[in-house]
Design a protein around this ligand. Structure first.
Ligand code: HEM
Length: 146
């Protein structure tokens, strides 16, 4: 009888030991720990993107500067040429030499409100979409009154 008792006690001790080892050991397949400081907060879609332009128009550069016509007028030279076109101010100095018309047509508009001149090329026909795309690259701000 005591042998049977000893056998049961031994079996109990064995399973208790198995249980203790099972608790103590780390789970198999535990994910390796990654320092969470390296992970930027928020979903990836929150990464800032360029502001979208109006439908069909290229997005203008994001300058928030404003200029009066008097300030624009201080840049009325071939080597320092600003223009106000449709409420925006452009510094086209770098483009003056590349403009395909004779300089006499373009230069008088440096330092001035040139919306109509740009819209018609002073020849009754509009600039191309390519020209519009070039223009936005030279935007430096918005026109403010008076
Ligand atoms: C506001 C004064 C301006 C006037 C009077 C003017 C006038 C003209 C003229 C006469 C032509 C050549 C003839 C023609 O293609 O019909 C021309 C072509 C062109 N201009 Fe201007 N322009 C002006 C401003 C600008 C500006 C600010 C840009 C761009 C930054 C520009 C970009 C172009 C381009 C790319 C062409 C080639 C033809 C086209 O793509 O339409 N122009 N412009």
């Amino acid at each position: 009888m005591s042998a049977a008792l000893a056998f049961r006690a031994g079996t109990l001790a064995f399973w208790l030991a198995v249980l203790a080892l099972w608790w103590a050991a780390p789970p198999i397949g535990d994910a390796p720990s990654v320092p969470i400081d390296d992970v930027p907060p928020g979903p990836i879609s929150e990464v800032p993107s360029a502001p979208a332009g109006e439908a069909g128009a290229p997005a203008p550069a994001a300058s928030t500067a404003t200029f009066t016509l008097a300030e624009v007028a201080a840049h009325a030279r071939a080597d320092d040429c600003w223009m106000a076109i449709a409420g925006e101010v452009y510094d086209i100095t770098a483009y003056v030499e590349r403009h395909p018309s004779e300089p006499e047509l373009l230069l008088p508009w440096c330092g001035r409100e040139a919306t109509e001149a740009y819209r018609t090329k002073t020849r009754g026909r509009p600039h191309s979409a390519r020209a519009d795309g070039l223009l936005v690259q030279y935007r430096i701000g918005t026109l403010r009154g008076p």
